[in-house]
Design a protein around this ligand. Structure first.
Ligand code: SF4
Ligand code: SF4
Length: 135
């Protein structure tokens, strides 16, 4: 069984085609869209978690690439440099899923991995460059 996060780039001509549907129907995969920016006739980006048998996963990725999508492995964790972090909380304001929060008692930053969708908003928001994504 494979479970991976993929970073997909859709060329403009594919932005409105039901590509992900085929992963379910033809490859018996379970896709979970974590993030998507898709607009008609523009290049689109999607972070997709895919679960399924290893052979199905490989075949599904080959299908995506054959359709013209660029497929790469997405970030699978964020790394907090505690020496750089000053617990200012700025990153919590941009973390829509609530994965980053300030502990009220200790006033220190906490991270809930299960809520993170790897959108990178915190990486950009942190003035101390204390957060990076790892693959
Ligand atoms: S914005 Fe940066 S310095 Fe501030 S709490 Fe978040 S990680 Fe720490
Ligand atoms: S990558 Fe996005 S979802 Fe994850 S902790 Fe940062 S802001 Fe929150």
């Amino acid at each position: 069984m494979a479970r991976k996060r993929l970073d997909l780039v859709f060329p403009p001509q594919l932005s409105l085609k039901p590509i992900i549907y085929h992963l379910v129907k033809d490859y018996d995969l379970v896709p979970n869209i974590l993030r998507a920016q898709i607009h008609p006739a523009q290049e689109g980006r999607m972070v997709l978690e895919v679960t399924g048998a290893k052979e199905s996963y490989d075949a599904g990725v080959a299908f995506l690439e054959a359709q013209g999508l660029t497929v790469s492995e997405a970030a699978s964790d964020i790394v907090l440099d505690e020496e750089r972090c000053v617990n200012c909380g700025l990153c919590t304001a941009v973390c829509r899923p609530g994965a980053l929060a300030l502990d009220r008692k200790t006033q220190t930053l906490t991270f809930d991995k299960d809520k993170c969708v790897y959108c990178e908003a915190c990486v950009i928001a942190c003035p101390r460059r204390a957060i990076t994504l790892s693959f």
